[in-house]
Design a protein around this ligand. Structure first.
Ligand code: ADP
Length: 843
């Protein structure tokens, strides 16, 4: 043993200078010097205390044999050997056997310089890091536990940055609720997960976050939007919190779609109950089992008692004040036997009511118990019937009998006289009835004639109006200065407004004159909705309104029905909704009436009822106007008419179209909050839809090669308009003023397309087309012919196509429609220029 070891308080000398004892003790929780063979040369006092050993028993002992935890020995042995051989090997963190069990020690080792007396020795200083490790482990476990709780909660929880509002964290429920992954969420702002229109907008969110940040806990309902675009109701609870020393906003969000639906169902059922109670002539009431409170009393009470229902709500027993003083004791006696007892069904003895105006009525009152869901009787309901007439009959019967005999005698005498008069009267009445029937017939004929006249007139007005609109479009494509463009816009706006009014009148008079039919053709429901949204989306966006469509998932898409009329109904309702809404938005909803039929049922073409709703957050409609607005020429408020325009025909037409589609339309509205129009319609389910029924997508038109087009129309203005459109598109145009000229032109030259007006003097369009088809030259005979007509009557299209025409365009010509026909004609004329079609043929 080296002599330095002999003196326990003197640390071993090093090659440099002996270390003061204090330094050894400062060198950590344990300091040890081992010799080349791994035996203890020195151990600090702190080390001895840690191991729970005394100096004598440790000195000279092999370190590995008593101090190192068994499973760390194999790892440590080669390191000690390497150190002894003068190598530089650091001790890894390992277990040391102490009096408090095995503790993890982190070491720093220093080999003493070789060549001196301490060659092969090593100094190792260690710190006990067991507590620290355990604390880290506990913290990790805690965090995992909190995360599991965070994820297990049924509500969605979000942590927001209070400055930007951005999502910092979200639990699992939050990601399933919105359909975004946690990473995606972090890139979103809360506005992107909201309906997006006022009051569900960015500004509102910022305001809520700001208030929450100021320490006011916020609880509100919100219209959220998930990744797929679906809108749904949630309840949001915002609170400020400090997490890890930083300010955060925590949002707890609960899906309340079901609760909302339940509330709505409850409102509906309450409304039905009220309607029923208010429709019956008898007084109906609902009260507590002790008869001391009234929950409901129908308005018939006011008629029968001559007192207000309000007075009864305020003083539930005040009905007794109206009981005749002579009957009051009997009524109070009967009441005493039932009130507060186990309620059963029964009735009061008939009694009299004295109204404030002195009139006396006899009534019969019956009552019956009402049980709650658990079968406990909590309420009593009753019906009070006015039986004055039958009562009077009973009383009077006796006296009547006595007088009857006298009367019979008197009457027999007068009867003979009256009989004569009667015969004369009957003859007169017959005459009057005949006159009335004739007048009624005349009036009906006049009304029918009026409708037909109106239909014809508006049709006639449409033709020149189309001329104005068409020429305006042609003019718009020329070079104009700013002011001229403004004038042109005014012309277009005014003519457009006039055309809408004329169209309304035409539609309405067609319906009145029974000339409107509903077709049944394959259609895509979602296609129709998309076209409505596309047509009115811009208008809504211009006003800063949202326009959303919510179609229940199981609603079938392919149906047999009249897409144009359905679109017209939706355009009317959505157009009105946008017109009468200043902030907020409009939602179109579709669901099945009762159940949605599965696609496999389609083979039998069963009927499918659909329920459409158009709701807005606009000015609403006053209660007294709700029924009237479906009548023709009615507008809820004359003042609005001047403010919003319109004819008051839209809803009348809509209602009749809906009736023609086998449905019904109703409206609910709260003034100042908004309106909800609901209508039903019946369709056939369609299984095998030709692809033409798919909604046309607004693909950019492919540039066409120049086509040779023959325009046949006897109206010069119409012809000019079409010709100019075609020139502007680079096509070569010939014109014909009637059917004969058209046939001559098509005989002499070869065309790629003939636009054939149907109503032409002499040879009409159909006859000319038939004659062209009969031409000997197959190239000329097979030219693409499209019928053009302003007479858009149901069945026309089928008739033209059956007559061998290829296509059909209705006036006024829509540019997009004309482009479609040009493309179809080009395809026929130059198939080699077009990629093979994937089934889409021109409709
Ligand atoms: P109009 O052409 O005048 O709009 P409609 O028959 O379409 O005729 O509507 C009749 C009236 O019903 C309107 O003038 C308006 O007063 C009221 N109305 C219709 N839809 C709404 C709505 N969504 N919100 C408020 N009022 C409406």
């Amino acid at each position: 043993m080296p002599d330095a070891v002999d003196n326990p308080s003197t640390p071993p000398s090093t090659a440099c200078a002996p270390l003061p004892a204090a330094l050894w003790e400062a060198a950590g929780d344990i300091a040890v010097v081992l010799d080349a063979s791994g035996r203890v040369v020195h151990l600090s006092d702190a080390g001895l205390a840690l191991l729970g050993l005394d100096r004598e028993t440790t000195l000279g002992r092999e370190w590995l044999s008593f101090a190192v935890a068994q499973n760390d020995v194999p790892r440590l042995r080669p390191l000690l050997e390497a150190l002894a051989a003068g190598g530089e090997a650091a001790w890894p963190e390992h277990g040391v056997i102490t009096q408090r069990g095995v503790r993890r020690i982190r070491w720093k080792t220093v080999p003493l310089p070789a060549g001196g007396p301490e060659t092969g020795r090593v100094v190792a200083c260690g710190n006990d890091i067991t507590d620290c490790l355990e604390a880290t482990q506990t913290a990790r476990e805690n965090e995992a536990t909190y995360r599991r709780i965070f994820d297990a909660v049924n509500d969605a929880i979000f942590v927001h940055d209070p400055d930007t509002g951005r999502f910092l964290q979200a639990n699992e429920r939050a990601t399933t609720l919105l359909g975004y992954g946690p990473e995606e969420l972090r890139r979103l702002s809360p506005a992107e997960t909201s309906a997006g229109y006022p009051p569900y907008s960015t500004a509102e969110i910022q305001e809520e976050l700001r208030r929450a940040r100021e320490g006011q806990p916020r609880l509100f309902e919100w219209l959220a939007r998930d990744k797929s675009g679906r809108l749904f109701w949630v309840e949001v609870n915002l609170r400020r919190a400090v997490l890890d020393g930083r300010e955060r906003i925590i949002a707890v969000v609960r899906d309340i779609t079901e609760r909302k639906a339940a509330e709505r169902a409850l409102r509906e059922s309450e409304k039905k109950f009220r309607q029923l109670a208010e429709a019956i002539g008898e007084v109906f009431w609902l009260g507590s089992a002790d008869w001391k409170r009234v929950f409901y009393i129908s308005p018939a009470y006011e008629r029968l008692w001559g007192r207000s229902t309000k007075s009864l709500y305020e003083a539930p027993l005040s009905w007794i004040d109206g009981v005749h003083p002579d009957d009051r004791d009997a009524v109070l006696g009967a009441l005493g036997t039932v009130a507060g007892k186990r309620p059963g069904a029964g009735s009061f003895p008939e009694y009299r009511i004295v109204r404030p105006d002195g009139q006396v009525r006899w009534v019969q009152a019956r009552y019956f118990p009402v049980a709650d869901d658990a079968g406990v009787v909590t309420r009593v309901a009753g019906i009070v019937e006015d039986v004055t007439d039958s009562h009077a009959a009973g009383e009077g019967l006796k006296r009547l009998n006595e007088r009857l005999e006298v009367m019979v005698r008197e009457r027999t005498m007068t009867l003979n006289r009256m009989n004569q008069e009667l015969i004369r009267e009957v003859a007169e009445r017959r005459e009057a009835e005949a006159a009335m029937a004739a007048a009624k017939e005349a009036a009906e004929a006049a009304s029918q004639a009026k409708s037909v006249f109106l239909a014809n007139m508006s049709h006639e007005i449409r033709t020149p109006l189309n001329g104005i609109l068409g020429m305006a479009q042609v003019l718009a494509a020329t070079e104009l200065d700013e002011a001229q463009r403004g004038f042109l816009k005014d012309i277009e706006d005014s003519a457009g407004a006039l055309l809408r009014i004329i169209n309304d009148i035409l539609d309405f008079s067609k319906i009145e004159a029974d000339r409107l039919e509903i077709s049944k053709e394959p259609m895509s429901l979602r296609g129709v909705l998309a076209s409505v949204a596309a047509a009115l989306g811009v208008l809504a966006a211009d006003k800063g309104l949202g326009l959303a469509t919510e179609v229940a998932e199981d609603v079938p898409d392919l149906l047999l029905g009249d897409a144009d009329r359905l679109r017209q109904v939706l355009l009317n309702l959505v157009g009105n909704a946008i017109k009468f809404t200043k902030r907020g938005g409009v939602v179109i909803g579709v669901q099945c009436v009762e159940t949605c039929l599965p696609p496999e049922a389609a083979a039998q073409h069963p009927l499918q009822g659909l329920l459409f709703t158009v709701s807005d957050t606009g000015i609403g409609i006053a209660q007294q106007d709700l029924e009237r607005i479906f009548e023709p020429f009615i507008q809820a408020d004359g003042a609005y008419t001047r403010r919003f325009g319109g004819t008051g025909l839209g809803l009348a037409i809509t209602k009749r179209l809906v009736t023609l589609m086998g449905g019904d339309i109703t409206v609910e509205s709260v003034p100042g909050e908004g309106s909800e129009f609901t209508f039903t319609a019946v369709f056939d389910l369609e299984s095998d839809v030709p692809e033409t029924a798919a909604p046309a997508h607004d693909a950019a038109p492919t540039p066409l090669p120049p086509l040779r087009v023959l325009v046949a129309d006897d109206n010069r203005v119409s012809r000019d308009i079409i010709e100019k459109w075609l020139w502007q598109r680079g096509h070569v145009v010939s014109a014909a003023g009637d059917g004969k000229q058209a046939l001559d032109a098509a005989t002499m030259a070869t065309f790629d397309l003939v636009l054939m007006d149907i109503q032409m003097p002499g040879l009409n369009g159909l006859e000319a087309a038939r004659a062209i088809r009969a031409l000997p030259d197959p190239d000329k005979a097979s030219v693409y012919i499209a019928a053009v007509t302003a007479h858009a009557m149901p069945g026309d299209r089928e008739r033209f196509l059956a007559d061998g025409l290829d296509d059909y365009l209705s006036k006024p010509l829509a540019q997009a429609e004309l482009d479609r026909v040009l493309a179809a004609a080009a395809r026929r004329a130059r198939p080699e220029d077009f990629p093979p079609e994937d089934g889409a043929t021109p409709a």
